[in-house]
Design a protein around this ligand. Structure first.
Ligand code: NAP
Length: 640
C-alpha cells in the first residue's frame, strides 16, 4: 500500500481556492525552491470524452463453439499457415507522417500550448513521457524522497496511449482490475471489467491531480536531443520549446506504440474527402449517414468498426489480414465486488499477482474466480503426473493448442457471420498470438448488417487511393471519409536516435552497429545514468504491459535509493553483462519463434534481428535482476 494520496496533493489543489487567478505557467515552490508548472492544455469536449462501449445483451454471442480437443495440426493445416505467411512477405510498407502527411499527426485533443519561457536549469531527474510509466515513476520515486523530477511530454495532458487514442469503442483488452496502475493507492474501482479508454484517460488525470504530477510536467514539449557530458556528469535535454535543461538522470518512458504510421498507398494525397488516423480521431468529422472506409483490421479497428457501423450510412472495411476475434464478455463491476475490495487492502496488487500467472488466451479471458483467489488455476490439458516435458515437447504441445484455439475462433465466425464469402475472408490462418489476439462480441455481427461490406484485399492490401475513394481490384469505392487504422511503429527507435552517450554516438547508432544491446532492457553501456522503461528487451513476454512498467519503476526506485545510500553519483552497466543479456534475448526469441511463426508488427514482418524487440525469456530476466541487485556486479559506479 502507498501512503495516503492526500499527502501528495498538488500545490494547485491546495492554493487554488484562495484566488481565482490561474497560476502562471512557471512559479517557485516556496518550500523547496523548485520550479512548478502549469502547462496542461486539456480541451474539454463532450465528443472527445466519449463513453466507450458496454455489455452486450445477446448472450448467444458469448457462446464459443465446441473446443475440438482432437483437431490435428497436420501437414495440410501447416501448409495453409505457411502459404498464408508466404504470400504476405514484403507486403508491409509503411511511412512516417512527414511533409505533406504531417497533418495526420495534428493533435485534436488540446487547446493551444501554454506559453512559457524556455528553461535552462537543472533537475535531478528528467523523465520523457507522461503516460502510465511517468505517473507510476512519480508516485514511487516521490515516496522515497525523489521529488526534483521533471516530466517532458509531447501531448497536452497526461495519459500517453490513452491521451492519443480516443477512437469510438476504445477500451483496454487486459482486464482493468489488473491493468490500471495504483488502484489500491487511489482507492479507485474501474466501472467495467474492460474499462473504456475514456475512463482510463480520466483516471490518469485523477492520479496526476491527486499526486501533484501536473506541477512537475512540461506539456506540449518534445525532446529533440539528449546529450551526456562526461566531465560534468550531467545530461543536457533539449526540447522543441527551446529548453536546454540539465539532469543527473534521464528516464525514457515514452512507450512502445507511440509513433503512428501510414501504409504507403498510391494517391493518398489525392483523396478529396476527410481522412485521419485512429490515433488522432477527428470528432469534428461527423460520420452520420456518410460513406466511410476504414483501412486495417488490427486490434484498434476491431474496436472501432462496430461503433462506427452504428452511425455511418455505408461502411467499407478494407482488410489485408484478419484478426483473431475471441469472446469478450464485458461486464460492469458489481457493487458487491467493490464492497469486498474496500475491505481488502492491497486487493489490486494481489489480483495483478495472480494475473501474472496467466499466459496466452487465459490472460485474455481473465477468469474472475481465479483472479479473485477463489479457485486454483486449472491444470493445463494433458499435464498429468510424470517428468516435466522437454522444451521441444512443450513447444509441440503449445503449437497444437494454438491450432485448436484458432479452429474454435474460425468456427465462431461460421456460427455468426451469415455470408459465406465474408466468413471465409474473416478467418485467420496463423498461430494464436501472431497478431495481438483480440476479442469482441459485436465485431462479427457487424458484417451481417446490410450497410457494412468487407473488402478482402489479401494478400497485398489496398494499393490505390484516388480523389473519390479507394480503388481495389477494378472496383471503385467512393467515400466521404477514409480512416487509417494502420497502427504504430512498434518499439520505435525515434527517441533512441536523439540520445547521445559517452562516445558521441546515439543509442540508435550503437544498436545499429553492434546489435540491440541492453542489460534487462533498462541500461545500455556508454549511456550512464540513462534508463529505458519498457523498451526493447525490457518487455513483451507479458500480456499486461503494466507488469513491465511496475517492475521497471520498482527497479529504478531500488537503484536510485541504493546509489544515494552508497554515495554514488553515476552508474553505467558493464559491457559483458549487456552482451550476455542480449545473447540470452536472441536465444530465447529463436527458441520460442515457432510459436510466432508469422509476419507481424511484433517482428517487423520477419525482418527484426532475433532478440532486438520484445523479450521472450520468461522468468530469467527476473533472476538476472535479482542477482544484480544482490551482488551489484554488473554495475560500474562513480562517486557523487
Ligand atoms: P496494427 O495491429 O499494426 O494494424 C494495422 C492494420 O493495418 C493491420 O490490419 C494491417 O494489415 C493493416 N494494413 C496496413 N496496410 C494496409 C493496406 N495497404 N491495406 C489494407 N490493410 C492494411 O495496428 P493497431 O490495430 O492500431 O494495433 C497496434 C497495437 O496496439 C496492437 O498490436 C496492440 O498491441 C495495441 N492495441 C491494444 C489495444 C488494447 O486494448 N490494449 C487496443 C488497440 C491496440 P496486416 O495485418 O496485413 O499488416
Amino acid at each position: 500500500m502507498g501512503p495516503n494520496p492526500t499527502t501528495y496533493r498538488s500545490a494547485i489543489a491546495e492554493e487554488q481556492p484562495m484566488s481565482s487567478e490561474p497560476f502562471p505557467p512557471i512559479r517557485i515552490d516556496p518550500e523547496t525552491g523548485q520550479k512548478l508548472f502549469n502547462t496542461r492544455a486539456e480541451k474539454a469536449s463532450e465528443r472527445i470524452a466519449g463513453k466507450g462501449y458496454g455489455v452486450v445483451s445477446d448472450k448467444e454471442l458469448l457462446v464459443l463453439p465446441e473446443f475440438k480437443a482432437d483437431a490435428a495440426f497436420d501437414d495440410e493445416q501447416k501448409a495453409l499457415y505457411r502459404d498464408f505467411n508466404e504470400v504476405r512477405r514484403g507486403t508491409d510498407d509503411y511511412m512516417k507522417m512527414e511533409g505533406p502527411l504531417a497533418h495526420y499527426l495534428e493533435d485534436h485533443y488540446t487547446t493551444a500550448p501554454i506559453e512559457r519561457e524556455s528553461l535552462t536549469d537543472e533537475s535531478e531527474i528528467i523523465v520523457v513521457g507522461a503516460g502510465f510509466a511517468g505517473l507510476l515513476l512519480w508516485y514511487r520515486l516521490s515516496q522515497e524522497g525523489f521529488t526534483d523530477i521533471r516530466f517532458v511530454e509531447r501531448g497536452g495532458d497526461v495519459g500517453g496511449t490513452w491521451y492519443w487514442n480516443r477512437y469510438p469503442g476504445i477500451a483496454c483488452d487486459v482486464e482493468s482490475y489488473s491493468y490500471l496502475p495504483l488502484l489500491d493507492e487511489m482507492g479507485y474501482f474501474p466501472k467495467q471489467k474492460f474499462a473504456s479508454g475514456f475512463e482510463i484517460y480520466e483516471y490518469c488525470q485523477k492520479i496526476a491531480t491527486e499526486t501533484g504530477f501536473y506541477d512537475h510536467s512540461l506539456f506540449h514539449t518534445e525532446v529533440t536531443g539528449v546529450e551526456w557530458d562526461d566531465d560534468a556528469e550531467r545530461w543536457t535535454v533539449r526540447t522543441s520549446r527551446g529548453d536546454e535543461m540539465q539532469a543527473r538522470y534521464v528516464v525514457l518512458a515514452n512507450g512502445v506504440l507511440t509513433t503512428p504510421r501510414l501504409a504507403r498507398i498510391d494517391g493518398m494525397e489525392d483523396f478529396a474527402g476527410e481522412s485521419f488516423h485512429t490515433a488522432r480521431w477527428d470528432y469534428d468529422v461527423d460520420l452520420t449517414g456518410k460513406r466511410v472506409g476504414i483501412i486495417g483490421t488490427g486490434a484498434t479497428a476491431v474496436q472501432v468498426i462496430p461503433e462506427i457501423a452504428k452511425t455511418a450510412g455505408e461502411l467499407f472495411v478494407f482488410q489485408r489480414t484478419p484478426s483473431t476475434i475471441d469472446v469478450r464478455d464485458q461486464r460492469t463491476t458489481a457493487p458487491e465486488e467493490i464492497e469486498e475490495w474496500k475491505n481488502e487492502p492491497g486487493w489490486a496488487e494481489a489480483r495483478r499477482e495472480r494475473y501474472r500467472k496467466l499466459v496466452g488466451r487465459r490472460a485474455l479471458q481473465a477468469n474472475d474466480e481465479f483472479l479473485a483467489g477463489k479457485v486454483e488455476m486449472p491444470k493445463r490439458r494433458g499435464r498429468g503426473e510424470g517428468p516435466r516435458p522437454s522444451r521441444e515437447e512443450r513447444l509441440q504441445r503449445d503449437l497444437e493448442t494454438s491450432f485448436r484455439i484458432m479452429e474454435q475462433i474460425r468456427d465462431r465466425i461460421d456460427a455468426i457471420v451469415e455470408d459465406p464469402d465474408t466468413a471465409r475472408a474473416l478467418k485467420p490462418y496463423y498461430p494464436y498470438g501472431c497478431k495481438r489476439p483480440t476479442f469482441h462480441d459485436e465485431f462479427l455481427p457487424t458484417f451481417n448488417q446490410p450497410h457494412v461490406t468487407l473488402v478482402d484485399t489479401a494478400p497485398l492490401g489496398v494499393q490505390q487511393i484516388n480523389e473519390g475513394g479507394v480503388e481495389y481490384n477494378g472496383v471503385q469505392y467512393d467515400l466521404d471519409v477514409l480512416i487509417y487504422a494502420t497502427g504504430f511503429d512498434f518499439m520505435s527507435r525515434e527517441t533512441m536516435g536523439r540520445v547521445t552517450g559517452i562516445d558521441g554516438r546515439s543509442i540508435a547508432d550503437k544498436w545499429e552497429q553492434e546489435g540491440t544491446r541492453t542489460f534487462l532492457g533498462l541500461h545500455t553501456n556508454g549511456f550512464p545514468n540513462l534508463f529505458i522503461v519498457a523498451g526493447p528487451q525490457g518487455t513483451g513476454g507479458s500480456f499486461n504491459f503494466l507488469d513491465a512498467i511496475e517492475e521497471h519503476s520498482s527497479y529504478l526506485v531500488w537503484l536510485l535509493t541504493t546509489m544515494r545510500d552508497l554515495g554514488h553519483g553515476v552508474v553505467d552497466v558493464r559491457e559483458e553483462d549487456e552482451i550476455s543479456f542480449a545473447e540470452h534475448c536472441a536465444e530465447m526469441d529463436l527458441a520460442t519463434a515457432p510459436l510466432r511463426d508469422c509476419l507481424s508488427n511484433f517482428n517487423q514482418y520477419g525482418r527484426a534481428e532475433p532478440g532486438s524487440l520484445a523479450y521472450y525469456g520468461g522468468r530469467e530476466a527476473g533472476r538476472r535482476r535479482a542477482s544484480a541487485q544482490e551482488t551489484l556486479a554488473p554495475f560500474e559506479f562513480r562517486p557523487a
